[in-house]
Ligand binder design. Structure first.
Ligand code: ADE
Length: 287
């Protein structure tokens, strides 16, 4: 379906550098993730469940979490220090981070480096698609008050936030990015086209889903879904998709370039609503 081409989502004045124009735009069939963190143990259960686990087993993704402490180069493996200028909290030291990023970049040539930070660009499905087109991602998880600013200048390609709230570190944010990107890698999901029908993939929320039983606590499954009539089911799904988007996320409809079919459905609803309002106007049926 048509989608407004708003250019590369991974560019942002200030916090984002232009994506390398020579970066591959075709979807590779695997992805390498390296997470740099002071809590690599947090990732063990993450690698070990669900689609991410299956993608690792099927070699659709390669994933590892590396301790930044390994690059601290001091006996106590200290990775933070007090901020210049005073103030509360600690700042992640630049040397261990730089060494960890350089080490990962050497292993994953062509990978892009992402810093997870609340000051980054807010992550969305379009960014997930753009990241999924790369062959490698190095995800840098900040802790404390943040990382030394000098790390961002030369060593970070993108800064990503997962929303306008502050976490205690970038680890959960990195997991969210990895999860969203992994399911877009060809073959990572069971049904090959499952990701294409997702919410947001064509600028709309996904249609409603039902499974057995046909009657759940008095609520029936829409009859058309039991009919086996594929064309009617497709039509119902499009209308369900549009209706949910209109009610839950009207902002998405404002952004989207509508297909002729989508426009026709919206116009039909518009006419029906106008008819009802005219009727009420004529009969003065309101309180
Ligand atoms: N680290 C702390 N808060 C964050 C956020 N909202 N997104 C990404 N990384 C973060």
């Amino acid at each position: 379906m048509a989608e407004r081409q708003t250019g590369c989502e991974l560019t942002h004045p200030g916090t984002w550098q232009q994506v390398n124009p020579s970066a591959s735009v075709t979807q590779p069939n695997h992805m390498n993730f390296v997470v740099l963190t002071i809590f690599p143990q947090m990732f063990a259960p993450f690698w070990d469940h669900g689609i991410v686990r299956r993608a690792i087993e099927n070699k659709k993704i390669f994933a590892s979490a590396v301790s930044i402490r390994n690059f601290a180069g001091n006996r106590h493996q200290v990775t933070d220090d007090r901020p210049y200028g005073g103030g509360s909290g600690m700042v992640m030291k630049p040397e261990p981070l730089a060494a960890a990023i350089r080490d990962a970049s050497q292993t994953l040539s062509g990978a892009k480096t992402v810093l997870l930070t609340p000051q980054g660009r807010v992550f969305n499905q379009k960014m997930a698609r753009e990241l999924a087109a790369l062959t490698g991602l190095i995800l840098v998880c900040g802790r404390y008050e943040g990382v030394d600013e000098r790390i961002c200048h030369d060593l970070i390609d993108y800064e990503i936030s997962i929303g306008d709230y502050v976490l205690t570190g970038g680890e959960l944010a990195a997991m969210i990015v990895i999860d969203a990107v992994t399911r877009l890698i060809p073959g990572a999901l069971g049904g090959e086209d499952a990701a294409e029908k997702d919410s947001f993939s064509d600028g709309l929320l996904e249609h409603a889903h039902y499974t057995r039983p046909e009657n759940f606590e008095g609520q029936e499954v829409p009859e058309v879904l039991l009919s086996g009539h594929h064309q009617e089911i497709e039509k119902w799904r499009l209308e369900s998709s549009l209706m949910r988007t209109l009610l839950k996320r009207p902002d998405l409809l404002q952004e989207k370039i509508l297909t002729r079919r989508e426009r026709d459905v919206l116009k039909k609803w518009c006419l029906e609503i106008e008819k009802i309002l005219d009727l009420h106007q004529g009969e003065k049926k309101w309180i």
